[in-house]
Write a new protein. Structure first.
Length: 90
């Protein structure tokens, strides 16, 4: 009989577990930040057109996992949205 090595446990996971029905096998869930990089818009409380994209219908700030915005840009966005609310621009 073979002896089992102590320590590491082998976990059986399927590579299909995290995929939706219509997703290809080689695709990943990563999406680059739309507010960083070349030709990215500047986040400012006066730019209402940009801020409306990141606010829900009930005027809540959308989370970064939905909008795929980086942490740094999400903080800037939140600050700009809150300033625009105080000034009654949104």
């Amino acid at each position: 009989m073979k002896k089992r090595k102590k320590g590491k446990k082998i976990r059986k996971t399927s590579r299909y577990m995290k995929l939706s029905l219509f997703q290809k096998l080689g695709s990943k869930f990563f999406k680059p930040c739309p507010l960083s990089g070349k030709n990215a818009p500047i986040i400012d409380y006066k730019n209402i057109k940009l801020l409306r994209k990141y606010v829900s219908e009930s005027s809540k700030i959308l989370p970064s996992r939905v909008t795929s915005v980086s942490l740094k840009k999400q903080k800037e966005l939140a600050r700009a949205i809150k300033r625009a609310r105080v000034l009654a621009l949104i």
